[in-house]
Design a protein around this ligand. Structure first.
Ligand code: PSU
Ligand code: MN
Length: 304
């Protein structure tokens, strides 16, 4: 069934068939994570960065109920500009496909599509996780569940401190998801390089990481791998500076009664507004850096 509802761009299809390095990119970051037109420009820039490293980019989204692996100009424009784009994780696929809606895939949604078409590496900004206050409302992102079963390596800048980072890492352990921090000793917190949590697994060589990932899948131990790549030094925030913004955003979300899948986009938007766009710059810078690492990793993966 999946084959009949997925359109793969020629360049991506050829790369997959020839076993060339391919990197998947998500579209929730476009539709629900950044404003227009920065979102569209960033999406195309990321594709350029991946190409420059020598891999083929595949931005994934859903248009009129058809899953697109590689977005054309009109498709990207639509997902970047329209306001009624469904945020698609595992449970949302049936509705969006059956009712021919437009959808932006989250980390969970993008992993599913990537694995269906044979893409092993995926670059994003931050993954979802366990939300703060989970002891009152059990809000845990589907991203974590997807990471426990779908074979895609996800390069991110860690977990934003709108979430409970410690609990997110503990839950990833429960779900048996390997987490590697790239060339650093502390697990990163998206806008900052240090979440205050020591990395359990540091990796310095992407060749080693590629071997570990392939070994996991060869052993039949299904599931994703998280590669946390700290934000570049020059774009990083001071911890204190960003944590005030985050506290404010969390209070606003509570006051506005935001729940469910609207929580993450709401918090991202509040932080963006309160930092007057500087957080957007940081966001763009870290995704670009993740795209480079993902492309390098994809190249290592095909040589094994
Ligand atoms: N965290 C970020 N930026 C993002 C997201 C999360 O710092 O853009 C997006 C990703 O697409 C992620 C999704 O998969 O939000 C998680 O949403 P939720 O928490 O509702 O599962
Ligand atoms: Mn949630």
């Amino acid at each position: 069934m999946w084959e009949s509802i997925i359109d793969i761009q020629d360049e991506v299809k050829e790369a997959i068939e020839k076993n060339l390095p391919v990197v998947a990119l998500e579209s929730t970051i476009i539709s629900h994570g950044m404003p227009y037109p920065d979102n569209k420009e960033t999406a195309r820039q990321l594709e350029g960065i991946i190409r420059a490293v020598g891999a083929v980019p595949a931005t994934i989204g859903i248009v009129g109920g058809r899953i697109k692996v590689g977005l054309g100009d009109e498709e990207l424009e639509l997902l970047a500009k329209e306001s009624d784009i469904v945020k698609v994780s595992r449970r949302d696929f049936p509705e969006v496909i059956a009712l021919k809606k437009n959808g932006a895939t989250t980390v969970a949604g993008t992993m599913i599509v990537a694995s269906k078409v044979g893409i092993k590496v995926f670059a994003t900004g931050g993954i979802g996780g366990v939300h703060r206050g989970y002891d009152t409302v059990l809000d845990i992102s589907q991203d974590l569940v997807e990471l426990s079963k779908t074979n895609v390596a996800v390069v991110c800048a860690g977990v934003k401190s709108i979430l409970d980072i410690r609990s997110t890492l503990e839950y990833l352990e429960t779900l048996s998801v390997p987490v590697y921090v790239y060339q650093a000793n502390q697990f990163p917190a998206f806008y900052t390089r240090d979440s205050g949590i020591e990395a359990e697994n540091r990796i310095d060589e992407l060749g080693d990481l590629a071997q570990i990932i392939q070994m996991k899948w060869s052993l039949g131990l299904d599931g994703g791998v998280v590669i946390a790549n700290p934000i570049p030094e020059e774009a990083a925030y001071d911890k204190g500076e960003i944590s005030d913004m985050i506290e404010m955003a969390l209070l606003d979300a509570k006051a506005d009664g935001i729940t469910g899948k609207a929580v993450t986009p709401y918090l991202l938007d509040r932080i963006k507004t309160s930092t007057e766009g500087r957080s957007l710059e940081a966001n763009i810078s870290l995704v670009r850096s993740n795209a480079v690492v993902a492309a390098q990793l994809a190249k290592k993966m095909i040589n094994i």
